[in-house]
Design a protein around this ligand. Structure first.
Ligand code: COA
Length: 204
């Protein structure tokens, strides 16, 4: 399963594909970033943990409930791992599921997360339409304005503030994208935008 994302005028094409054993080194390198670590529940500290994570990612695909994609920038014949996007909590007959993502520190700020999330969301609504999927949720802590912006740019309208609960020390935001909602930020109603960000950064 691969999902292609076309190049833009200033950034290379992306490809989304399942994680592979040979991604371990790049995965560990991405997880060395303290910002990424502060936003994930399961930071990967070494190759052993990363190898286990890649195996679990494959098991999620096999079980049909959790779909983790490595996101690579494609230049000519070479691929460079730059991000991760994830569809989780997929249950046949249940209308909602959740998305998640991170971008490697040196690839941030050039649309990688939003372009990859757009591709993931389109794929999810198509792939699981017959299973009844109509609603994707995106959760982040209130101190993560970059994630709020990714949500806005990909048509995930702000819905509500979620109270802090372990393991998340801060309140969060729930954003939602409905099937057939136009993806551009112009589609998000004014009421669907993030409230003014507060405090410093971590995510759900
Ligand atoms: C959130 C994250 C995934 C964004 O990845 P990215 O590839 O840089 O995202 P994009 O380039 O598509 O978009 C980022 C947007 O946030 C904006 N942004 C970045 N930092 C910001 C800040 N401190 N305040 C407000 N906006 C900010 C960028 O300007 C950009 O918006 P623009 O295109 O309108 O200029 C990345 O910062 C990251 O991996 N953070 C750590 C892990 C994480 O937070 N994961 C999400 C958990 S919910």
């Amino acid at each position: 399963m691969t999902l292609p994302v076309p190049a833009t005028g200033s950034t290379p094409a992306l490809v989304l594909r399942p994680w592979r054993a040979d991604d371990v080194e790049a995965l560990v390198a991405a997880h060395r970033d303290p910002v990424l670590r502060s936003h994930t529940r399961h930071p990967l500290r070494d190759a052993t943990e990363a190898r286990r994570w890649v195996i679990r990612a494959g098991q999620g695909w096999a079980a049909g409930r959790r779909f983790s994609f490595a996101v690579c920038e494609v230049t000519g014949t070479s691929e460079r791992l730059v991000a991760h996007v994830l569809l989780k909590e997929v249950v046949p007959g249940r209308p909602d599921a959740e998305v998640g993502y991170w971008t490697a520190a040196d690839a941030r700020g050039r649309g990688v997360a939003s372009r990859a999330l757009e591709a993931l969301s389109d794929w999810a609504f198509t792939r699981f339409a017959a299973a009844g999927l109509t609603r994707l949720e995106l959760l982040h802590q209130i101190d993560n304005p970059a994630s709020c912006r990714v949500a806005e740019k990909t048509g995930y309208a702000f819905v509500e503030v979620l109270p802090a609960r372990p393991p998340w020390p801060l309140d969060g935001h729930r954003h939602v994208r409905l099937r057939r909602t136009p993806p551009a930020s112009t589609a998000a109603p004014a009421s669907g935008r993030c409230p003014a960000p507060a405090v410093p950064s971590t995510a759900r």
